[in-house]
Write a new protein. Structure first.
Length: 282
């Protein structure tokens, strides 16, 4: 069982609620869409799932129906009591919190051998989609895979590789932690209210270890270099990176100084950021 368009409209009306434009709320009202999301997320009996932005519970119910143990996070205090009512009797724990301020360790528990990884599933509004995904990759090692529904342009940016028009610093950051791909599109017609943009589904699978060995170059150093490169993405790297890498780094890392930021994959960025001048003999 999940929520239909008439169910969502009834819940909003009965409780005197309206979707919040400030929170970017667009509620999914198509049962087939939420079942598809649960399937693409790989949810099976017993899967621990954290859902960000649970709203009125359409997707929450689909995840619970698939057998997941769900921790549903919702920031809107007006909606939280309705969400609790909708999921009553299911294996769902509702948490009122802002996803960007979560203590992931306290919420999801420890990481270690024999501890199952969590899946994160979310319908994310445009204004928080990228910060939430990056925050989870950086701060929540308990989450081993993500399935997020976001605006199509954001989806392309999260999953893009070198030479793709959407490729940027965020793409490199996602690639450092995980492998990402767009796995589907979602039309505006399945939401209330209907957004003016198309949405897409992105599957993100965390790597066993980062794509660049942290022992070779620190995370902050790496992304200082990446940000500098993409700040002037049309410039050749020897110009855009002049203030952050030494001229010898290009030859030392095997990188063409005439290349542009969009030409480098995460491993190449790592080599460039890690290069140090050879120590003089004696």
């Amino acid at each position: 069982m999940t929520l239909t368009r008439s169910d969502v409209q009834r819940l909003l009306g009965d409780h005197g609620l309206r979707p919040s434009r400030a929170l970017g709320q667009n509620f999914v009202v198509d049962p087939n869409t939420v079942r598809r999301i649960a399937r693409l997320a790989g949810v099976v009996e017993g899967t621990p799932v954290v859902e960000i932005g649970a709203g009125l519970g359409s997707l929450t119910l689909a995840l619970a129906d698939a057998g997941a143990h769900v921790v549903a996070v919702e920031v809107d205090r007006g909606i939280v009591p309705v969400l609790r009512q909708v999921v009553a009797g299911r294996d769902v724990t509702v948490v009122e919190a802002d996803a960007l301020g979560l203590d992931w360790g306290a919420l999801l528990g420890p990481v270690g051998p024999g501890v199952p990884g969590w899946a994160l599933v979310a319908n994310l509004p445009y204004n928080v989609a990228t910060p939430v995904v990056v925050s989870v990759l950086e701060r929540a090692p308990q989450v081993t895979n993500l399935l997020v529904m976001v605006q199509r342009e954001v989806a392309e940016r999260l999953a893009a590789g070198p030479d793709h028009p959407a490729y940027g610093a965020v793409s490199v950051k996602v690639a450092y932690w995980a492998e990402a791909r767009v796995v589907g599109r979602v039309p505006p017609t399945v939401f209330v209210p209907r957004p003016r943009v198309e949405s897409a589904l992105v599957r993100i699978d965390r790597r066993p270890s980062p794509a660049v060995d942290p022992a070779l170059v620190g995370y902050e150093r790496l992304f200082d270099v990446v940000r500098a490169g993409f700040a002037h993405r049309r410039k050749m790297l020897r110009r855009s990176l002049g203030a952050v890498v030494e001229p010898g780094a290009f030859a030392g890392a095997g990188i063409d100084p005439g290349a542009r930021a969009e030409d480098l994959g995460v491993a190449e960025w790592g080599r460039l950021a890690a290069w140090t001048p050879p120590t003089a003999p004696g």
